[in-house]
Design a protein around this ligand. Sequence first.
Ligand code: FES
Length: 563
Amino acid sequence: MSLPPGPAPAPPPFDRPIRLREVRLASGLVLGAFLLTHFGNHALGLVSVEAMEAVRGAFNLLWRNPLGTILLYGSLLLHFLLALQALYRRRTLRMPLREAMQLSLGLALPFLLIPHVTGTRIELALTGHEADYPDVVRNLWTLNPASGVRQAAALVIAWLHGCLGVYFWLRAKPWFSRYALALYTGALVVPLLALLGFAEAGREIAAAPERFPRMPEPPLGPDILSDIRLGLYGAFAALIGGALAARAIRISWTWSKRLRITYPGDRVVTVPQGFSVLEASRTAGIQHPSVCGGRGRCSTCRVRVLEGHDGQPSPGAQERATLARIKAAPNVRLACQFRPLRDVCVAPVLSAGRTRLMEPGRGGRAARGQEREIAVLFCDLRGFTSLTERRLPFDTVFLLNRYFEVVGRAVEEVGGHVDKFVGDGALALFGLSTNPEQASRQAVDAALRIGAGVAELNEAYSSELDRPLRIAMSLHAGPAIVGEMGYGQATSLTAIGDTLNAASRLEELAKELDAELVISDDLARRTTLNLVQHERQTLTIRGRIAPIDVWIIRDARTVVSTG
Ligand code: FES
């Protein structure tokens, strides 16, 4: 079975420079932690106003010490400036609804938060006057309800903005779907409890005002705070306006340096310098495969540069690594990474056709293709061809179906997915809805069940078989692209990638070595298998740069787990 190339491994996180997106994420996480503690404090209103006030001490200790203050307000400013920078760099303001919501909520936030920040932190910094919880709640609940509604809206919007950010960050993680319900529930329950706590505290204070004496008025007149508020509104509005103006200038400048990308059929797309070939294809509505979503890891977007190859920017590290893995010709580039500096003529190597996998944004996650850490099992009957030569076809089909039944049951009983049966071979995937460790354990379990099942078949049909059925299996784990692939009725959930190629080679190796099972060390390390009594080898696999450590198991029944 020949398999297309899969995602190139991402560089280890500490081997590459920190990117601005990561700084934005880190600052967002600080703000998220602040909101969480703030909401937690509000929620205590469901207990009592005194409980809120008591915990406010710990909250202030955390966020109002010099370090906490710098961290909080530094993150706020940094996050906002980085959002503006991202806005400035965007080539188009066309974006999916959720992304547009996150952006607009984020930009609206400063305007919603300024009154609260002015009335609390700025006033405190200027006068040392600090309103306590009852005073703040009374002010927002009884005296100035409009400002209370605005304040509640600001906090909910900030929370929503943060939740969208966390969603964009985590949605591609292999484990996200398992925890999605818990995360969605938390996202809903936290602000709800905070709002209920705040309302309950407001009612408690209104019902018994004598229990909560009012604090003296702050020494600063309202005009001064109002001037500060106006100044802040103006400053933030100027920053957003400046970013949009700078973006407009940049775009008109880049459009002044246009270039032409010619596609097969003499179709010409004119784009500003700086566009990648994939962006050009999308802009012009040309279907272009991009299984990894333009991250330079799958190679499905690759194009042959037919003219204008010279004088173009060289491939970056990620593109070089992926092109090297597929042994691409020198004139082949990844469309998602290749940003031509002058006119080029390109031809996509893979045609998108009408396959659903190639159309990001349509259908479910599986239909779009998703990168996951999975475990893979390849299984083959050895010497089956010679076995069939001496049998009637009906006998062969019967025997083959009994063997497929053993494999299919073993895989499904442990929670795996039978990908396909080809000839007398089978491919099974594990980890489509479990974590990599569970997936690896499931794969081992399935292999042992298949071994035992085939032994039972041999016993049951001993009188019919000239010699016992023998199998060769391989187990490997790693990243793969999982998605629905195929055409029409022949579309099914399957996986492609280096992990599958390697597993397929390991199965061939099992045959060569006359072993029942070959397990990659990558998979074994995710299980509690004790393999010390088995032979270990380091192999170089055709089409794979990095060597792979494997365990050779002559008889699968000798595999023991320490777990
Ligand atoms: S390498 Fe995957 S889309 Fe370009």
